[in-house]
Design a protein. Structure first.
Length: 109
């Protein structure tokens, strides 16, 4: 689009992951953070992920990969309601696997 920069869905997912991690941590240390905003970022990650090709692969710095790993570990304790988000054909575990496949380097055998 002329005059506009386009951001790939995968990039937006990374921003949403970082926002969720940051807001969740700030809330845990006592900052006045609206839980609706935390939930919105979490749900946005999964809504966006449902629209990414499962074959997409993004190379990330080690620091950003750590954020993705931290998100995958922590989100298991705060699972989104995928059906409520309109995601019916993919399970939560499958979504996490896709997220890892897209953003995390695989160990060579």
């Amino acid at each position: 689009m002329d005059g506009y920069s386009l951001i790939e869905i995968e990039t937006v997912i990374l921003f949403k992951i970082k926002a969720w991690l940051d807001m969740k941590e700030r809330k845990e240390v006592g900052e006045d953070i609206d839980t609706k905003n935390i939930k919105k970022h979490k749900n946005d990650v999964f809504r966006l992920l449902a629209n990414v090709s499962p074959t997409s692969r993004i190379e990330l710095s080690a620091e950003i990969q750590k954020d993705v790993i931290q998100f995958i570990e922590q989100i298991k304790e705060d699972k989104p309601d995928l059906k409520n988000l309109g995601i019916r054909s993919t399970s939560f575990d499958e979504m996490l696997e896709i997220l890892g496949d897209i953003f995390l380097e695989k160990e060579e055998d």
